[in-house]
Design a protein around this ligand. Sequence first.
Ligand SMILES: Nc1nc2c(ncn2[C@@H]2O[C@H](COP(=O)(O)OP(=O)(O)OP(=O)(O)O)[C@@H](O)[C@H]2O)c(=O)[nH]1
Ligand SMILES: [Mg+2]
Length: 308
Amino acid sequence: MSGGFFERIKAGLSKTRNLVRGSLDELLGGQRRIDAALLEEVEELLVSADFGLKTAHDIIQAVERRRHREGIADAVALRRALAQEVQARLLAIAQESLRFAGTSPTVLLIVGVNGVGKTTSVGKLAHYYGSMGKRVVLGAGDTFRAAAAEQLVIWGVRAGVEVIRHEAGSDPAAVAFDAAKAAVARRADLLIIDTAGRLHNKVNLMEELKKVHRVLSREIPGAPHETFLVLDATTGQNALAQAKIFCEAVAVSGIILTKLDGTARGGIIVAIAGELGVPVRFVGLGEGLDDLRPFDPEAFTQTLFGPE
Ligand SMILES: Nc1nc2c(ncn2[C@@H]2O[C@H](COP(=O)(O)OP(=O)(O)OP(=O)(O)O)[C@@H](O)[C@H]2O)c(=O)[nH]1
Ligand SMILES: [Mg+2]
């Protein structure tokens, strides 16, 4: 279950890895010359793994420039150049997985559309930071569905942390208020607030998130210190479109990319970096308590383009 990030991401990313490595092996077999035509095929391969049209094009242009400047004569040099270009784009915006505020509690707001894995990720984060010895409190800000708070309470029990909840249908901002009070009273290190993914319409959802945001900032200076948008990797470019809408409404400071284990579209991580400039902080690699890991750009790049 546990194991290093590298082993875990290799397994979790196996579909993307098989697509990228398998196709590269095919393209580069038979001692093919590294020329513009080959690079065009590599670009298509990156697009098929959801690196995004623009980002794939940028990467291949950079590799093409290097081919002229440094000479890229063989498959080994090409893989190395691809790895460097991808990694540079991820490292340019990389952040530690969670920036703790100078004064506790640090408040983390979790947003995203329905079904992407918000509540599951809140539970896994509670476990992750709880295991590190942090005192964690959860706020059940999804009051839209009756079962939502129940689901969070189950995760709270699994992770061994307290969950602040109200009746279904009550005001999420009131939950945020109580959760902030409780986190201060309990001297928590970290308060994580789950939110609803669906409301009657999109305007309502965004207005509600802004209200939760206002309440948190009134109760705890600087809160929410981080706002993570949860995106489902299996939805590919749709995830990117969602992200753009959320980033316009709330100050998203990081991305949690879930369900990487279920897709060959893991290149979306690079598209997010290239097009949104928001760092992926955690990746979801399965449904278990341990299956949320801090994102490591180097391990990701090595998994897709490294020597073995
Ligand atoms: N395979 C896999 N499944 C995941 C991952 N993260 C979440 N899921 C599954 O995705 C489904 C939806 O997860 P939730 O956490 O309920 O999603 P949500 O965003 O809270 O959904 P709403 O509350 O309805 O908006 C569940 O079946 C989870 O087990 C992941 O990293 N990998
Ligand atoms: Mg939920």
